[in-house]
Design a protein around this ligand. Structure first.
Ligand code: UDP
Ligand code: MG
Length: 340
């Protein structure tokens, strides 16, 4: 069983989205920029200003359709973030948003934004609210999209401005993911462009514990990479504590890999083999009579049964892995194009 391969129902193609002519959706798409915000009152006005500049410039250059917009998801902020967004929306019609009922966490906030704009855009860019993701890269994202890419991954060019603890954290995270056989793009945060086709496929992933980076890497489709510079946070502090980072890493591994479960089974087999070898030694020692009476009959079952127990847990874990991939109901295949 390969948990990182696709299972579930077929992907759908856009249905209730009012389609543009296909070539127009590529050459002058309706772009939505999705930005999750959690207590970002210190930075949100500046971010809106910078993104509006980029959006208007792109529109003037005829690179995107006039219906393009910014979409902010307030992830249960307890500061002025939502009020500021409301004011900005009054003076700038391109600023739109959604307020979640409470804090659902970064991944769910991005997912909420993506699925909400699903039928209003031909391509969507997701990025952080703190301007750490250089908005200048949006131009290159769109170039790649126009050339036919369905997913464009933003990859950190130089992590010079990132604190050492974060660098160590993300290297460990990447190592853990790849050694457990889960696919992720190295140094790619949640800064990416996806096409409407990818967005429709995303809607077919019904899992509750979302790890977006893994989901997109798992999908396939034509993808490209754009390198961007990491800036310091424009204001405020990170919301990603070590605890949250470890939680994300665990979600990433357990959502895309059954290797941890398989390690139990392999461990069980190795221990049983070791126990059998020890058993031979114990039986010989007992036959030669150079052991304390009762010793052999006590230790022999401990080793052998211990090994068999762990092996059995490994076997049960294989089934749990199967159940896990079934309940996620991921698409069993994802179609890209069809000739008719
Ligand atoms: N964020 C969110 N919900 C959360 C935590 C963070 O929507 O529970 C948003 C946050 O406002 C920012 C993005 O996710 O736009 C990334 O968070 P942050 O910059 O704190 O993380 P870092 O860049 O330090 O990893
Ligand atoms: Mg940040």
């Amino acid at each position: 069983m390969k948990a990182h391969e696709s299972h579930g129902a077929a992907s759908v193609t856009a249905n209730d989205r009012e389609p543009l002519a296909p070539d127009l959706a590529r050459s002058r798409p309706r772009l939505a920029i999705v930005v999750p915000c959690f207590n970002e009152e210190l930075v949100i006005s500046e971010t809106v200003g910078r993104l509006l500049e980029v959006l208007r410039d792109l529109r003037e250059q005829g690179q995107i359709a006039s219906e393009s917009f910014l979409f902010f998801i307030d992830d249960g902020s307890i500061d002025q973030t939502w009020n500021l967004l409301r004011d900005l929306n009054k003076s700038n019609p391109e600023v739109k948003g959604l307020k979640l009922a409470r804090n659902f966490g970064h991944q769910n906030a991005v997912l909420a934004g993506l699925l909400t704009v699903r039928h209003r855009a031909d391509c969507v860019i997701s990025m952080d609210a703190d301007l750490q993701h250089d908005p200048q890269a949006i131009y290159s994202f769109l170039d790649k999209y126009r050339q036919g890419a369905d997913i464009v991954y933003g990859v950190r060019r130089d992590a010079g401005n990132v604190p050492l603890s974060k660098k160590i954290g993300s290297s460990m995270f990447y190592w853990l993911m790849t050694s457990m056989g889960a696919k992720v793009v190295k140094d790619h945060p949640d800064y990416r462009l996806i096409s409407a086709k990818v967005l429709d496929t995303l809607a077919d992933y019904k899992e509750v514990n979302v790890f977006l980076r893994g989901i997109f890497a798992n999908m396939g489709f034509r993808s490209e990479v754009v390198y961007f510079d990491v800036h310091d946070r424009a204001a405020g502090t990170t919301h990603y504590s070590w605890r949250k980072m470890i939680g994300l890493a665990l979600d990433g591994v357990t959502s895309f890999s059954v290797v941890p479960l398989r390690i139990i089974a392999i461990g069980g087999v190795l221990i049983t083999l070791g126990a059998l070898a020890v058993a031979v030694f114990i039986v010989f020692s007992a036959l030669r009579g150079d052991v304390v009476p009762g010793w052999a009959s006590t230790v022999l079952p401990i080793y052998v049964l211990g090994g068999i127990q762990i092996m059995t847990i490994g076997l049960v874990a294989e089934y749990i892995g199967k159940i896990y991939s079934e309940v996620k109901q991921r698409p069993r295949f994802i179609s890209d194009q069809e000739l008719s």
